[in-house]
Design a protein around this ligand. Structure first.
Ligand code: AMP
Length: 595
């Protein structure tokens, strides 16, 4: 289905196509035709980032009579940022509409300029409830003549204490108007607003009620309380191109976490209510233009923050109110993209997490905080990929190269690679080499003796998570070959006869992939690949790391490898300062990163 089939006027379709929208999002497909019929009120259950502004905005632009210069459409929303965003979006959608005037009115800013704009003949106002009431009391906006009222992020407005203001506003609007209510969650107060003010509304839901976007993956990492911050750092280090919003519960915590990250050399800032509006605008502006990589924020301060492409939402602490989880995680995976929502929790927070699961319908996947070795590997391979992809500006650098060639002439190709890689990579190796496993130990299931069942090895029915000793293998195919994890699993299982639960983590890199298999089966898997091919390409497989030796029982007690021996959850002092420090500080100087 494309925009043409929804009943929208040509000039509106042209405006959205100018913006690069190729096809309507699910909420737009459902809401636009229903709203254009203009027969009933509507309740839309949709998360922010799903394209709901256009879902109500485009029909609104089509239904309003722009030849008249009086306020006909009113959009109420919880924050100044959202107000500004909505009016910007609607202005862009109405670029081919003559005389269209859309104004944003919100508190914390001068009232006079807003009044002047309204008096110029605004037909649509996007407003926060408090400021709108002020304007009605001054006789600037007449609510009795409104034709359309949109309540955007109704649940947020109610959580922020706008209930009375909303009641007062809606009571002044005519009964003949149309009301469209949008909310991410259907809480009882939202249902009450719907019951009291909407007439026989059509209900449109995108995804499951009260749940967030389906393209978000939800993970939990369980650590001891003292390791919460080191775990955050490892997760950030494990994702070299992360663009993340980190949520904390209080202003104090927000400030403290941001300060630690900045001190440790990360490109981070805090966003909370103790900052002035100018400071907040500045920080949000930097995050929006991506000159900031990590934004640490409170729930309230991040409301209305409208930034696409956030790769990871990290919950440094779970919110007190479970419904807030949906709002937080909805900051990622916007406009059809995918994203991750990561919860850091200690061993006593299971009940709190279960409550979030119950209210939101989200199911969390347990992930392990990456080991120091895994972080190093990820950093190294990302660096190598960047090395391959970098554009060489011959015009600029060729003149500098002859003496460089001369100096490096004595090194073989292999030595040259080793030296280049070591410049960046030695710091990571050095920083993480004594780092411990900071995952909290999960309690043994009742009834389990902890001893291995002698038949277990033969039947090998354990799941990947229980693979205690794995061997990492290399495969000569990656993203460039369009290979998927499932295809690798099928290939390995078909050829070697092992079961999919004997395969551990699979990582598909740009030109190659890694997979972990049970150490006892690694040789067999390797041998089975002789002569194998996938999609017409000859498969080659090898050990990605030194062949694992089976561990003695004393080794098992100590850990799984010499260099990477775990130190029973202790965080080494070196953990406090990241090896990324230098790199990130220079990134700050350069303002833009990752591009
Ligand atoms: P919203 O949920 O309205 O805040 O929209 C989230 C983001 O999706 C905004 O950046 C919109 O510009 C973008 N967007 C909305 N509709 C579409 C569409 N049909 N195709 C592509 N992007 C869209």
């Amino acid at each position: 289905m494309d925009f043409e089939t929804l009943g929208l006027a040509e000039h509106i379709i042209k405006a959205v196509q100018d913006l690069g929208y190729k096809e309507p999002t699910p909420i737009q497909k459902k809401a636009i035709p229903a709203l254009l019929e203009n027969r009933r009120d509507m309740v839309g259950l949709a998360q922010t980032g799903t394209g709901k502004t256009a879902a109500y905005g485009l029909p609104l632009l089509q239904l309003i009579d722009f030849s008249k210069s009086r306020v006909q459409g009113l959009i109420l929303c919880p924050t100044r940022e959202l107000c500004v965003q909505i009016s910007k979006d609607l202005t862009r959608y109405s670029r081919y509409v003559k005389h269209a005037k859309i104004v944003a009115v919100y508190g914390g800013a001068g009232m006079e300029p807003q009044i002047r704009q309204i008096k110029k003949g605004a037909q649509i106002i996007a407003a926060t409830p408090g400021r709108l009431l002020d304007l009605t009391k001054r006789g600037i906006v007449n609510l009795h003549e409104i034709d359309y009222v949109v309540l955007d992020e109704a649940d947020e407005m109610l959580t922020m204490g706008f209930q009375e203001d909303l009641d007062e506003i809606l009571a002044q609007t005519p009964s003949a108007k149309r009301s469209w209510l949008f909310s991410a969650t259907m809480t009882e107060p939202v249902a009450r607003i719907s019951r009291n003010y909407l007439k026989d509304p059509v209900e449109i839901t995108v995804g499951r009620k009260n749940s967030g976007a389906s393209n978000i993956s939800h993970f939990k990492y369980v650590v001891l309380e003292k390791n919460r911050y080191p775990a955050l750092k490892r997760i950030i280090d494990y994702h070299p191109d992360i663009f993340s919003l980190v949520f904390c519960r209080t202003r104090k915590e927000t400030q403290a976490v941001a300060e630690k990250l900045i001190r440790d050399g990360y490109n981070a800032e805090s966003l909370h209510g103790d900052l002035s509006q100018t400071q907040r605008d500045y920080v949000m502006g930097r995050f929006r233009e991506r000159s900031l990589q990590i934004l640490v924020a409170t729930d309230v301060a991040a409301r209305g923050l409208d930034v696409d492409d956030i790769s990871h939402v990290i919950h440094y602490n779970l919110p007190d109110e479970p419904g807030a989880y949906t709002h937080r995680s909805g900051r990622t995976a916007r406009a059809g993209k995918s994203g991750a929502s990561i919860v850091l929790m200690n061993t006593r927070e299971n009940r709190k997490l279960a409550h979030v699961e119950q209210v939101t319908g989200v199911r969390f996947q347990h992930e392990k905080v990456p080991s120091g070795r895994a972080v190093c590997e990820k950093q190294l391979y990302t660096m190598v990929e960047k090395l391959v992809d970098v554009d060489v500006n011959h015009e600029e650098i060729d003149a500098f190269l002859p003496p460089v060639y001369e100096t490096l002439a004595g090194l073989t190709k292999e030595q040259l690679i080793q030296h280049f890689v070591s410049i960046e990579f030695n710091r990571f190796l050095d920083y993480y080499k004594d780092s411990g496993d900071i995952n909290a130990r999960t309690p043994q299931k009742r009834g389990s003796t902890g001893k291995r069942n002698p038949t277990e090895k033969r039947t090998l029915t354990y799941s990947p998570k229980e693979l205690t000793q794995t061997q990492k293998l290399f495969l000569n195919m990656g993203q460039l070959d369009n290979i998927q994890k499932g295809a690798i699993t099928r290939l390995v299982c078909d050829k070697s006869g092992i079961r999919s639960n004997q395969i551990g983590k699979i990582e598909v890199m740009r030109e190659f992939s890694f997979l972990e298999v049970d150490v006892d089966w690694a040789d067999r898997v390797m041998k089975s690949m002789k002569g194998a091919s996938l999609d017409g390409k000859r498969v080659s497989m090898g050990y990605a790391e030194k062949k694992s030796e089976k561990l003695s029982s004393s080794d098992k007690k100590r850990g799984t490898g010499k260099k990477w021996t775990d130190k029973s959850g202790k965080t080494s002092k070196r953990e406090r300062r990241s090896p990324l420090s230098r790199k990130r500080t220079s990134a700050r100087a350069n303002a833009r990163w990752g591009s």
